[in-house]
Design a protein around this ligand. Sequence first.
Ligand SMILES: Cc1ncc(C[n+]2csc(CCOP(=O)(O)OP(=O)(O)O)c2C)c(N)n1
Length: 331
Amino acid sequence: MTECQDIELEQSRRDSLYRTIRLIRRFEERCLDLVKSGDLVSGIHPCIGQEAVATGVAAALDGEDIMFSSHRGHGHFLAKGSDPSTFLAELLGRANGIDRGRGGSFHPSDFTRNIYNATGTVGHSAAIAAGAAWSVAQAGTGQVVTCFFGDGAVSQGALLEGFNLASLWRLPVIYICENNQYATSLPVGAAVAGTITGRGEAFGIPSVTVDGQDVEVVLAAMTGAVRRARAGDGPTLIEADTYRYFGHHTFEFKVRLDYRSEDELARWRCRDPLEIAAGRVSPQVRSEIDADVEAVLDEAVRFALDGARLDPADAQEYTYTTGPQPRAGAL
Ligand SMILES: Cc1ncc(C[n+]2csc(CCOP(=O)(O)OP(=O)(O)O)c2C)c(N)n1
């Protein structure tokens, strides 16, 4: 087990946490609309219901700290300060997107915010994050690395290899498991032997399970983990219990997968992260924030839809730092 740091938050901080959760919730709802209208062609893995995890994690970090996101990653980017307009343009695959439309919803990066994209294979980011943490530790930059993954990742070999090295070399990395109870349609209880925190503890990593619906609880756990990492005391594993309100992916709007009940969904909605954070903000501030978020998102949608569509002819541009080069003798 690890200790959560006691935190006393000023009201302005609480307002700011509410704003971030609201921004993520409404951004995702706008994305659902854009999926339905056919503008967001890939579909998305919506993080609605999980917003407090990303928000609490990012609130404990400095701008220079490094983040490895997951396929359900929009909230991670917004919480760490990515620009909603260029980020949304990226999801729509437009040339004015943050990665010139090459990353899309599943694999964007935001180098202005030190956010790296999800690996195609679930769980493998944990090993890459250990490498990044080794790198910053060698360079003595004082940066902390965070790595998000879901409950579906915790039995992957690469993840456990990452845990091993992170602990052995006391790396400044914080692993965050967003346990939203399902990997696609597979309940966590049917897939995970033992416990998620037990995997961290097996490698000597301080590990804790927290209420992922309460942003202040997540922030408290993160504050302690960041302090440990910066002090050279090594990694932490935080398992945040949470729930996604929508399907694994928006393809579930078309295909009905009967793996969870309406009752279960209703129970989780009773502990809505947005409502919990809203309860700590005055009604007046709340309506000001809500109006501001809508204005930001109106502009983001306009900016994204105005972006140029990509030209298939330059599909290989920006793939390599030097541009695509024919192999010697290939021509
Ligand atoms: C190694 C590997 N196996 C399977 C997949 C296909 N896949 C993509 S997302 C996903 C579910 C992941 O569930 P979880 O890790 O719990 O994250 P969540 O989707 O719940 O956020 C699966 C099986 C993959 N990308 N990589």
